[in-house]
Design a binder for this molecule. Structure first.
Ligand code: COA
Length: 431
């Protein structure tokens, strides 16, 4: 047996044994979304009564482990950089708190301003040279491995071996646990007619040779459907999705005209279906880089014709974008929306696009509002906003005064709400 296999054997523990190194008051950061250490998190939830005041720091948690529930109080408290569906559902129980952040500096700010004791990540099985691939997530995970005292990796043989800066060595790891868990999937929702109409408005804004970032939510996948006739597109994104796989196979992506990593699709985490995970396995065309690189606005801005496309819940007539909360209720998070929207506008010929349906709740509510509801959180400020697109058209707000913005925004609101919005804009003296 080679030295690395022996080291692996010496560091291998069971899930309950890995929990023995957790002490009361510890702060544990866990890898995010598709990289979630499912076994370690489930074990912590099982044993919660054995611990006092443990802090668990997560991001876009996909599994339902119950950390947000009242019985966990005093045992485990959850902090989150980005709410998943369980987080938002149980926020009102008072055992989870959102960490405001821009994704490119989330890990760094946490490490600089808090004491993280333990990192729990996931990785592929080790190769003969002692290396693992961190697989689906590099947002803050590698930074944690390099900085935190106690690092435990959950080895899941189902994880794809991804390339880029994903490798870590057994010598950097304190413990490994093996857990062959089914991969976490985010189902693909077929785009409806409204989403396709939004995609059709966006397509002309994207010139051949552009580099794209596509955000989280139902609309971005519809947009990829409308880009299949483009040429020489590139990808420099935060989240890699199923839509990008289809776009790649359509021949629209070559990455030929990219300034950074030409020929490669650059990302920091991937979340989607098994089709996506199969695509990523040993794929030389996909380059995983750490979130502080992929999402740094200064780096994003170096790409040729960089276009960022993200989604929002509500936008006011002046261009204040709320993508992460409904009133005071945290829905998701800022993630990389401000990073990528700002970064794209630094690029020569670049564009920042926010795409949203003009109504919500089966047409009952306008998402374009004269004023955001009390307590709303601004994900993207009006000073930074560039394009807003709905199924009714495009509002290009950058550099425009309030009077012109109001007019442009009312034109892309649903026709049923336009008169009301005009009246409210007058009352508020939005000119
Ligand atoms: N008022 C009240 N409810 C609203 C609403 C509004 N203005 N807009 C949407 N909703 C409701 C919808 O009806 C839906 O409810 P349901 O789940 O009961 O059907 C829910 O909120 C989600 O809306 P939807 O538009 O389907 O969300 P999505 O899955 O497409 O995600 C965002 C959209 C904005 C939440 C998501 O893109 C996000 O979190 N963005 C911020 C982070 C980001 O952009 N990062 C970028 C890099 S990955």
């Amino acid at each position: 047996m080679n030295a690395f296999r022996q080291e692996y054997k010496a560091k291998k523990v069971s899930l309950p044994q890995a929990l023995e190194l957790v002490s009361d008051g510890d702060k544990i950061t866990a890898a995010m979304a598709g990289s979630e250490p499912q076994g370690l998190l489930a074990e912590l939830a099982n044993q919660y009564e054995n611990f006092k005041n443990v802090r668990l720091i997560t991001c876009l948690t996909m599994g339902d482990y119950g950390f947000q529930k009242p019985e966990m109080k005093g045992h485990i408290f959850n902090e989150s950089w980005f709410y998943g569906s369980t987080d938002r559902k149980f926020h009102s129980e008072g055992n989870i708190s959102y960490i405001p952040n821009n994704l490119h500096e989330a890990g760094e700010k946490k490490l600089d301003n808090d004491n993280i004791d333990i990192f729990w990540g996931t990785a592929t099985p080790m190769d003969d040279r002692g290396y693992f691939s961190l697989s689906l997530g590099l947002t803050y995970e590698k930074m944690m491995i390099q900085d935190v005292d106690l690092v435990v990796l959950e080895i899941n043989e189902n994880l794809p071996w991804t390339l880029g800066d994903t490798q870590v060595h057994i010598s950097e790891i304190d413990q490994v646990v093996e857990n062959k868990a089914p991969l976490i999937e985010l189902p693909n929702i077929e785009p409806g007619e409204v989403e396709m109409e939004i995609g059709r408005h966006i397509a002309p804004l994207i010139e051949d040779g552009s580099t794209l970032q596509l955000g989280i939510g139902g609309i971005p996948n519809a947009i990829t459907e409308c880009l299949k006739d483009k040429e020489d597109l590139g990808i420099h994104t935060e989240m890699f999705t199923d839509g990008m796989v289809d776009l790649f196979y359509s021949g629209a992506i070559t990455g030929k005209r990219k300034t950074l990593w030409p020929g490669k699709m650059v990302t920091t985490f991937a979340l989607g279906t098994q089709k996506l995970y199969d695509f990523l396995d040993h794929n030389l065309a996909v380059e995983f880089q750490q979130g502080n690189i992929t999402n740094d606005p200064a780096i994003i801005g170096q790409n040729y014709k960089m276009v960022s496309i993200n989604t929002a819940l509500q936008v006011d007539l002046t261009g204040q974008v709320c993508s992460e909360a409904i009133g005071n209720k945290q829905y998701s998070g800022t993630g990389g929306q401000a990073d990528t929207h700002r970064g794209a506008q630094r690029s020569e010929g670049g564009k920042g696009i926010i795409a949203l349906r003009s109504t919500a709740k089966s047409g009952e509510i306008s998402t374009i509002m004269s004023e955001l509801p009390p307590g709303s959180k601004i994900t993207l400020g009006r000073n930074d906003v560039d394009y807003i697109v709905t199924e009714h058209g495009i509002a290009h707000l950058k550099g425009k005064c309030i009077r012109d913005r109001v007019k442009a925004m009312i034109n892309i609101a649903h026709p049923d709400f336009r008169e009301q919005l005009r009246k409210e804009a007058q009352e508020l003296q939005l000119w």
